[in-house]
Ligand binder design. Structure first.
Ligand code: SAH
Length: 473
């Protein structure tokens, strides 16, 4: 360790900032957020600093620096473009043993500014000892992603009980075990989710159990299940929350639509259970999936049930939620980018557009007893976009029914396979031509169909992606 990290109390202390630059503005803002009283020396200042001065948050001195300005200061930061000033201020500050930082000049600094993650009261400071500030910023971004924005709430919640737990459990090891259980388990989940009442009740119950040495009650904690949308395939379309849960899950239950890139993000020692279809075999029946989720949660595991797209869009998420709720298991839904939205964005097709479509309908084109059972008059209405999930096999029926019910045969249609992934393929045509065009190509993987005038707005990148045809696009 080349420098010693510490957290400095600056509340109501005086801090000096030399310089009126953008960098000076950022440092000033940080100092103010730590409660410091900032005096700023500069002949010119950027707008942000001018605003601080106008608000009375900063005292401004428009003269050159002299040593006397260090009187009463606790900290000095120099962020000026002036050549000579930094060395002079640094020297004067060091003579007085005052901590000084000169932006981008580690040799003139007695301390360096870390990259900061602020989840008050939790503060995380990251330093590469000046070696690679850009790397420190990347690490900060990763930590910000991994830490829910509400983690500060958890710390404040724990603070409320700190004394009570100390009095109740006077053996330090028992106390540490107790807090570990609080932060690992459901209590933390509830506090993070804002259910402070539930978290308090559970904490008090566990504290009682721990006091009465009733270990079994303290450990009888149930896990919970998160129904998480994995998005349409591109791992960058995962939500931050989904990513965090994948990193903390004990068990991940997933099916066919979840891409390998996304599975690679699962915590290394989590159990992965595949419940999708295998070649020539059926997937696990839904009731068995439900039973599996219930059993894992009852065993105290935190379970992520990972589903392609969004769990509540043609994903049976509703059925799983009901099964869990009736078994008394806590369940939380984490939405995902559904295939229609991912494919629309990827192909540049606005699902609604003031000139073309005022409505958008999502339907499933699953064959029922060999027929497609859809509300054709509703789907064939003008000025709307129809998105059909699971409809590849029924495309000829869909196209001819739409024409029978009044849509022009020239209505644009796109069929997209493996949307948002590097294996994406699309075929563009019309209701009259799409069936012939699609049968001329092999489309593997999940396939989505969009019908409507907006399809003609697709941004065409046929040099980037597979096969694009028809429509003269
Ligand atoms: N819950 C999912 C849908 C599950 S149903 C969601 O919200 O997206 C499965 C159907 O979704 C597939 O048959 C296909 O029509 C569609 N689908 C899912 N991912 C897709 C993708 N990457 N590209 C095209 N269609 C996709």
């Amino acid at each position: 360790m080349r420098r010693f990290p510490l957290f400095l109390t600056l509340k109501d202390r005086h801090a000096l900032v030399v310089g009126g630059t953008e960098a000076a503005a950022r440092k000033t803002e940080l100092l103010l957020s730590a409660g410091a009283r900032v005096t700023l020396i500069a002949d010119k200042v950027v707008g942000e600093i001018a605003q601080f001065i106008a608000d009375g948050a900063v005292t401004w001195i428009g003269r050159d620096f002299d040593d006397g300005m260090l009187d009463g200061m606790s900290l000095v930061i120099v962020a000026t473009e002036d050549e000579a000033v930094p060395a002079r201020v640094s020297h004067a500050a060091r003579q007085r043993c005052l901590p000084v930082n000169v932006v981008d000049r580690p040799a003139l600094s007695s301390f360096i500014m870390p990259a900061i993650v602020d989840r008050a009261p939790i503060t995380i400071a990251i330093s590469t000892d000046g070696a690679a500030p850009a790397l420190a910023r990347r690490l900060r971004a990763e930590i910000e992603r991994a830490l829910p924005a509400t983690v500060g709430r958890l710390a404040r919640f724990a603070e409320i009980f700190r004394e009570q737990v100390r009095r109740t459990l006077d053996e330090p090891r028992a106390r540490r075990r107790f807090w570990d259980r609080v932060f690992e388990g459901r209590i933390a989940d509830m506090a993070l989710a804002g259910d402070e009442f539930g978290a308090r009740r559970e904490l008090i119950r566990q504290l009682d159990a721990a006091r009465s040495q009733d270990r079994s009650a303290a450990f009888r904690e149930q896990g919970m299940v998160y129904l998480v949308g994995a998005g349409p395939g591109d791992p960058d379309l995962l939500t931050i929350k989904a990513h965090r849960l994948l990193q903390s899950a004990d068990v991940v239950v997933y099916d066919r639509l979840v891409s390998a890139e996304i599975l690679a993000m699962v915590r290394r020692d989590a159990a992965r259970i595949y419940v999708g279809k295998r070649r020539g075999q059926h997937c696990l029946p839904q009731t068995e999936i439900n039973d599996l989720l219930v059993a894992e949660a009852r065993a105290g595991k935190n379970v992520v049930r990972l589903k392609g797209g969004d769990p509540f869009v043609f994903g049976r998420g509703g059925e799983e939620m009901q099964a869990l709720m009736s078994a008394g298991i806590a369940v939380e839904i984490v939405p995902g980018v559904t295939a229609a939205l991912g494919c629309a964005a990827g192909t540049g097709i606005p699902l609604t557009h003031r000139d073309h479509a005022q409505a958008c309908v999502f339907v499933t084109g699953h064959l029922k007893d060999g027929t497609v059972d859809l509300d054709w008059p509703m789907l064939a209405r003008p000025r709307q976009t129809v998105v059909i999930y699971m409809g590849a096999g029924s495309l000829p029926v869909i196209a001819s029914r739409m024409i029978e019910h009044g849509l022009a045969p020239s209505t644009p249609v796109v069929v997209i396979a493996n949307g948002t992934t590097s294996r994406e393929r699309r075929v563009v045509g019309t209701l009259a031509t799409i069936d012939r065009l699609v049968s001329g190509v092999r489309l593997d993987g999940p396939t989505l169909c969009m019908i409507g005038e907006v399809v003609s707005l697709a941004s065409v990148r046929d040099q980037d992606f597979g096969f694009v045809s028809g429509m003269g696009l």
